[in-house]
Design a protein around this ligand. Structure first.
Ligand code: PMP
Length: 306
């Protein structure tokens, strides 16, 4: 349950959280063409509040808009300021930001190029995405019966609301079968991603992750983990991955803004490695925490002070 906050930023104004509702004829509500991004602000070791990789997230949001023919009325610079303002006004030093661009009321056919385009920024506190013990004990995952989007059916690069029906159904299926999370394959049967995070495996000291042609969202945490792993001296290979590579991996973990780094201890009732949190996963979790919460100072270009 998300706690109500004070204010929401909408089209240049701060409005009360409770008043920030949408009319039932909102076009995006009916057809699923709206885009958003998910960003985290951290209260760091020095006490400051900073947003992690804000520009990369907002660039991805504008790319998502372009892919969906949405023309936001704000610039990237204005939206940057809106994100910071939303955190400040809600007193969130540590929180999750969700800028969203959606199509408002007007024409009701699927093609409605003249309907107004609205931009909002929501912010709230978000605890561990996959449950309290996920980061320390790992989770149990299931290969989903739902495939990830085919590039000619949906948009693999856009963080579009409608695409999350696929995530939502896959997650529900996994939960109903007694697992914590779903890992989806692409339509050709290669590993793609989890319902809201990217997948990595470790085998004989090398990290592997599906490439951008495997119907994945180009995760910013994925990019961060690749960069930190390489800085640390690990080899990271991006490519096609089969599900039996996951089953025989020494370690598997998921990455995402909300999830951060979550170890996967079991997939389809097969223990991964010795069924605990692997040493490289644990090291990368610690490195990620060192960078995000501090006291790391080597990646200042990733930060925007609130
Ligand atoms: N894949 C999907 C489907 C997601 O929803 C997310 C979360 N935004 C990710 C991957 C991870 O992306 P990021 O690390 O940028 O949050």
């Amino acid at each position: 349950m998300v706690d109500a906050q004070k204010k929401v930023w909408r089209d240049g104004e701060l409005i009360d959280w409770q008043a920030a509702t949408v009319p039932l004829m909102t076009h995006s509500l009916h057809y699923g063409v709206a885009v958003w991004d998910g960003i985290r602000a951290y209260q760091r070791a020095d006490g400051s509040s900073q947003v992690f990789r804000l520009r990369a997230h907002l660039e991805r949001l504008f790319d998502s808009c372009r892919l969906c023919f949405l023309k936001p009325k704000v610039t990237l610079e204005q939206l940057t300021e809106a994100c910071l303002e939303t955190l400040r006004v809600n007193g969130l030093k540590d929180g999750y930001l969700r800028p969203m661009v959606y199509v408002g009321e007007g024409a009701m056919g699927v093609y409605a190029p003249d309907n107004p385009i609205h931009t909002v920024v929501l912010a709230w506190r978000w605890a561990a995405h996959l449950g309290a013990g996920a980061a320390t004990s790992g989770i149990r995952a299931k290969i989903s019966s739902f495939a990830r989007h085919h590039p000619n059916v949906g948009l693999t690069r856009a963080k579009m609301t409608g695409q999350y029906a696929n995530s939502s159904l896959a997650r529900a299926e996994a939960k109903h079968a007694g697992y914590d999370e779903a890992i989806l394959l692409d339509v050709q049967g290669f590993v793609s991603e989890a319902s809201g995070s990217n997948v990595f495996l470790v085998r004989k000291g090398v990290l592997y992750t599906p490439d951008l042609a495997s119907s994945i969202l180009e995760g910013i945490t994925r990019d961060t983990v690749i960069a930190l792993s390489r800085e640390r001296g690990f080899t990271v290979a991006e490519g096609r991955i089969t599900r039996d590579q996951l089953w025989t991996a020494d370690e598997v973990f998921l990455t995402g803004t909300a999830a951060e780094l979550v170890p996967v201890r079991e997939i389809d009732n097969r223990a991964i490695g010795d069924g605990g949190v692997g040493p490289i996963t644990a090291e990368l979790q610690a490195l990620f925490a060192h960078v995000t919460r501090g006291p790391d100072t080597a990646h200042e270009h990733w930060w925007t002070v609130v």
